[in-house]
Write a protein that binds this ligand. Sequence first.
Ligand code: ADP
Ligand code: MG
Ligand code: MG
Length: 196
Amino acid sequence: GVAVGRVSVEAWIREYARLIAEAAPRLTELDSAVGDADHGANLSRGMAAVVAALDSSSFDDDGALLKKVGMTLVSTVGGASGPLYGTFFLRVSSALGDGFPAAFRAGVDGVAARGKSAVGEKTMLDTLVPAADALEAGKDWPAVVDAASAGRNSTVPLVARKGRASYLGERSAGHLDPGAESSFLLVRAAASALGA
Ligand code: ADP
Ligand code: MG
Ligand code: MG
């Protein structure tokens, strides 16, 4: 599988925080169409807290670092995305010994379990599941990013079945899901930090 070292996992998280800070206005704009206009604020607050935790602590290994990331997101992000991304990182943390593709899959399965959700419901899973499939199929990083991008784009015509966007019913169709976009940034960050 994909080799992951201590520095690159930390670089993944820091790059994700950077991309989230940069994209926050756009994520909030996407959430204003189908939700409550806070997805950018939620995640940028959470990832800023994560970066502060990384700056002020040292960790024995990548698992401990990712556990801190997950716990920080759960405790600092109000809203659906905090517990969901928090669960993702906690599950990745626990499964890291099985290699990155398997750990990423465990994280995605954790989101599905926590959210009681599946592909096709217009959520972050529409990005994350195809990315996990591509990683486990042994695809290279550009192909993994392409799979995530196609999955993200697939949310546009979908009717939301989970989360606040589902309150809109049919009117949720025609908009990109904000969580599908933030999950695309998570995969892009992995490709830049972990892709050799
Ligand atoms: P909130 O909806 O509580 O304001 P955010 O705006 O931060 O939280 O996050 C919304 C995103 O969370 C959605 O765009 C969607 O991708 C994701 N989401 C919401 N509910 C679920 C769920 N049950 N399963 C998976 N993802 C979900
Ligand atoms: Mg919201
Ligand atoms: Mg909210």
